[in-house]
Design a protein around this ligand. Structure first.
Ligand code: SF4
Ligand code: SF4
Length: 348
């Protein structure tokens, strides 16, 4: 009997101890479906300042220019994105914390008003309590991702490099209480980056005594992330704690290991300083400069984002096509956050 690729994929998925091989097989043969269009997701950064120094993140090396995007500037960029056909927005910082922007909620409401259909935002949750939770939940946001090191004070200092646990608790208490009171449909996704197992997380005191009762299909704690990308070699194994490790780069000698385009090459990120780049995940010391390997151009050179796109569409197409042909931006070569997607039937 002929074994179809889908069946092989399912079989590999069923072997938990075989993760590196599974990833390699996926990269070679089983790409995810591509977003419906190349304009699927815009990322607009509203803060390049962070209040944490996570041990697995290169923000702490001080590569970012510390800026907050004012609402008026955001509105111009967001409006032009929607006019150009972008429907979904991720308020994602490439090393930064959204809640440090005092206009955080007004910015989300503006994104909704200019016409984005789906809006997701990310935070480490520590200073969320500075913003009104009811206003946030009714601002038009669809999903709030909260990355955190576990529900314990010690983990905040050892993993996130901050004494922010009491603030975090206050933020989560306010958010979840209001979420339940409003019977809100906003999805709240807790994204643990920790040494703890999910079971240990669920059993920690704050989770047991407060968080657990709010968990449902809209308030979710994901499986903890314990394996991390090295951020192009900036993060070393000794930076991490026991129970955490760096993911190995898939065997370099296989030239076809990144055969498909990475999903993150569909995301155009507008940084606080006006630079536009691919991907909202990985950066190095060259971020905020034209030497950033994922840099496309700067909004400062154009009337608006629409004008930027009109002038850069060929370049964007070329970089994506090069990727498919094996000519990768240097940051992508070592990156383990690669998500292969099939681009059949969509224009690059
Ligand atoms: S991972 Fe996020 S919260 Fe942690 S230092 Fe980096 S940007 Fe800040
Ligand atoms: S391979 Fe890594 S750095 Fe490159 S676009 Fe994908 S996630 Fe970003």
């Amino acid at each position: 009997m002929k074994i179809m690729p889908k069946t092989i994929g399912k079989r590999l998925k069923a072997i938990p101890l075989f993760l590196p091989a599974r990833r390699l097989a996926r990269n070679l043969f089983f790409p995810f479906p591509a977003p419906h269009s190349r304009k699927a997701m815009a990322l607009i950064e509203i803060s390049s300042v962070c209040n944490a120094k996570c041990i697995f993140c290169n923000y702490r090396f001080g590569h970012r220019t510390k800026l907050l995007l004012p609402k008026e500037k955001f509105q111009r960029i967001a409006g032009a994105c929607v006019a150009k056909g972008f429907q979904n927005l991720s308020l994602t910082s490439v090393g930064g914390e959204n809640t440090l922007n005092p206009e955080f909620i007004d910015i989300i409401a503006t994104a909704k008003a200019v016409g984005f259909k789906y809006i997701v935002t990310h935070t480490n949750g520590i200073l969320l309590h500075r913003h009104n939770p009811g206003k946030l939940l009714t601002s038009g946001v669809d999903e709030i991702g909260i990355s955190f090191p576990g529900f314990e004070s010690g983990l905040f200092s050892t993993i996130f490099g901050t004494n922010g646990f009491d603030d975090f608790k206050k933020s989560i208490q306010g958010l979840l209480t209001e979420h339940a009171r409003l019977n809100s449909s906003v999805r709240i996704i807790f994204d643990p980056r920790t040494t703890l197992t999910r079971k240990a997380l669920l059993e920690s005191e704050f989770c047991r005594e407060f968080v657990q009762r709010f968990l449902n299909d809209r308030v979710i704690i994901q499986e903890p992330t314990q394996v991390f990308d090295s951020r192009s070699g900036a993060i070393k194994p000794h930076d991490l704690l026991p129970g955490m490790r760096l993911r190995h780069v898939t065997i370099k000698s296989l030239p076809f290991k990144k055969t498909f385009l990475c999903e993150k090459m569909f995301a155009l990120s507008v940084l606080c300083n006006g630079n536009v780049r691919f991907c909202g995940c990985v950066f190095d010391a060259s971020i905020d400069t034209e030497n950033d390997p994922l840099y496309i151009d700067s909004l400062k050179n154009f009337k608006d984002f629409g004008d930027f796109l009109d002038h850069n569409i060929e370049k964007i197409h070329r970089i994506r096509t090069d990727f498919q042909n094996g000519i990768l931006p240097s940051l992508c070569r070592k990156c383990t956050l690669y998500i292969p997607v099939s681009t059949k039937g969509i224009e690059l």
